[in-house]
Each structure stands twice: as structure tokens, then as C-alpha cells.
Design a protein around this ligand. Structure first.
Ligand SMILES: NC(=O)c1ccc[n+]([C@@H]2O[C@H](COP(=O)([O-])OP(=O)(O)OC[C@H]3O[C@@H](n4cnc5c(N)ncnc54)[C@H](O)[C@@H]3O)[C@@H](O)[C@H]2O)c1
Length: 260
């Protein structure tokens, strides 16, 4: 039997980490967290100003980073993201499929068809096609680690967010199925499922509906909202090179919500 050692290590020294949606919120916090532990970070986003700002923050931490413009709803751009990363850094160790949109806040019967397609193409297509190119590269190099950012809406229903909820459930299903496919190929694939998290995406919802601020919090046993860094730390734990036996997991980051 082997036991983990307690020797100190920089967990992601020189690992190449791609993060979609890295211009803001959870993606930016994750980029900074990897950079703080030795990672070389590729920030991908449609938001160029925010993406460059994340890269600047990472560099100020003394780590390497670059920005690649990428619309995750366009599979060819996801392919370019992987090929440009490999051209620059030679490999892809970690992929965080985080880019996502909330979609219109409305009941199912009132959601316009074009909103359905927009949210599905970004939230689900972005993860599915992203994983295709990431996995092909990881197979070529002999391994890697993927974390898909789902949501607590991937584990239970949230009213007025049916398309969002459907895409996040789909991400959990995709994570489980593909994790089994590559379990013997040294590729671990997991998902994180954060509850309400104080990123620009959530702040926009609160701005439109200020009464939700106190109301939603009552559902969370810890009686506080998540911070982007809470999700970032869970992502790093899933990607920790010593964390070798966890795959196919959909991990709630929810202040205890799923426990009650
Ligand atoms: N904030 C929350 O309460 C919460 C809760 C659960 C899950 N999540 C998930 O966390 C992830 C990150 O969201 P966040 O809260 O940091 O929101 P955010 O809006 O701060 O960040 C999302 C990022 O994705 C980018 N993006 C949007 N569409 C894109 C596209 N087509 N191609 C590339 N990039 C695109 C945005 O430009 C932005 O930088 C999302 O998948 C979201 O669903 C958020």
C-alpha cells in the first residue's frame, strides 16, 4: 500500500492550463489561482479587454500567460485554441471549460427559440466541442485533466432558468460519460457545480432583481454567496497531480445547499 507524502511541491509547476471564459469571474479567479501555483495560463474569451486584463494580472504574479480570442460557440475557434496553445507551449495539461451565459430569466413557455440556440451553443456546445479537441491532444501526449464548470443547476432545477438548467445537467452527463471513456488513458474529467457566485454574471441578475439578494441567500446553509475563488480552489483540487483517483465527479460548491 502507498500513502501520500507530505513533501512540499508547487502543484502546477510549468503545466499548461487553458481556461475558457477567463476574462471575468470564476475564469479569472481560476487563472490567478493556477498562476499562483506555477501554471502557464492561456486565457480564452470573446471579451478581449477583460481577457488581456486577466493576462496582465497573471503576469504581475510573475507567471506566464497569453490571451487567445475564442468564441466557444464556434468549434473551429476551439480547435484553434488548442492548436495555438500547443504551438506556443508544446502541450496542454489542463483544460477548464468555464465559459457560459445565464440566458434570459423567464418561464419555459416564454423563452424565445433563438435564446435556446444561443445558450445551448455556448454552454453545451462550448464544452462538448472544446473537449473533443482537448482530449485528442491529451491522447497524443499521454494524459491530461479536464474540469467542466457546470452549476448547482446541473444537479437540481432552478425555476426561470430552464435552458440554463438543461445545459448544465447536460454538462454533468457529458462529464460522466466521457470520464469513463478515458479513465484508462490517464485523462481525468470532472465537473464543478457552484451555487450562486458573486461574479459579474450573478451581479447582473441581482441588479435587475434587487429583492433576490436576501431571498436566494436563505436557501444556503452558510447564509452567504460563493466567491469566484471558492470555485477556483475546488477546480485546483480536482486538477492536483496527486489527486489521481477522482474522475467523473460533479462536485457541488454550494455552502451546504445539496445537503438539505
Ligand atoms: N455566477 C454564478 O452564480 C454561477 C453559478 C454556477 C455556475 N456558474 C458558471 O460559472 C461559469 C463562469 O461564469 P461567471 O459566473 O464567472 O460569469 P462571468 O459572466 O463573470 O464570466 C463568464 C465569461 O464567459 C465569457 N463568455 C461568454 N460567452 C462566451 C463565448 N461564446 N465564448 C467565450 N467566452 C464567452 C464571458 O465573456 C465572461 O468572461 C459559467 O459557466 C457559469 O454558468 C456561475
Amino acid at each position: 500500500m502507498t500513502y501520500p507524502t507530505t513533501e512540499r511541491m508547487i502543484r502546477f509547476q510549468d503545466q499548461v492550463v487553458v481556461i475558457t471564459g477567463g476574462a471575468s469571474g470564476v475564469g479569472r479567479a481560476t487563472a490567478l489561482a493556477f498562476a499562483g501555483e506555477g501554471g502557464r495560463v492561456v486565457v480564452a474569451d470573446v471579451a478581449e479587454e477583460g481577457g488581456h486584463a486577466t493576462v496582465e494580472m497573471v503576469r504581475q504574479e510573475g507567471a506566464e500567460a497569453m490571451f487567445i480570442t475564442c468564441d466557444v460557440a464556434q468549434p473551429d475557434q476551439l480547435q484553434q485554441l488548442v492548436s495555438e496553445t500547443v504551438r506556443t507551449y508544446g502541450r496542454l495539461d489542463v483544460a477548464i471549460n468555464n465559459a457560459g451565459v445565464g440566458g434570459v430569466f423567464a418561464r419555459t413557455a416564454d423563452v424565445p427559440a433563438e435564446e435556446y440556440h444561443r445558450v445551448v451553443n455556448i454552454n453545451l456546445g462550448g464544452v462538448f466541442f472544446g473537449m473533443q479537441y482537448q482530449i485528442r491532444q491529451m491522447l497524443r501526449q499521454g494524459g491530461g485533466c479536464i474540469v467542466n464548470v457546470a452549476s448547482l443547476a446541473g444537479l437540481r432545477g432552478f425555476a426561470n432558468c430552464s435552458i440554463y438548467t438543461a445545459t448544465k445537467h447536460a454538462i454533468v452527463g457529458l462529464t460522466k460519460a466521457s470520464s469513463a471513456e478515458y479513465a484508462r488513458k490517464n485523462i481525468r474529467i470532472n465537473a464543478v457545480c457552484p451555487t450562486y457566485t458573486r461574479s459579474p454574471l450573478f451581479e447582473q441578475l441581482l441588479e435587475l432583481n434587487p429583492s433576490y439578494e436576501e431571498k436566494f441567500k436563505l436557501n444556503i446553509p452558510m447564509r452567504r454567496y460563493g466567491q469566484p475563488a471558492d470555485t477556483a480552489q475546488a477546480i485546483l483540487w480536482l486538477c492536483d497531480p496527486r489527486n489521481t483517483f477522482v474522475t467523473g465527479l460533479a462536485l457541488p460548491i454550494d455552502g451546504g445547499m445539496m445537503a438539505v
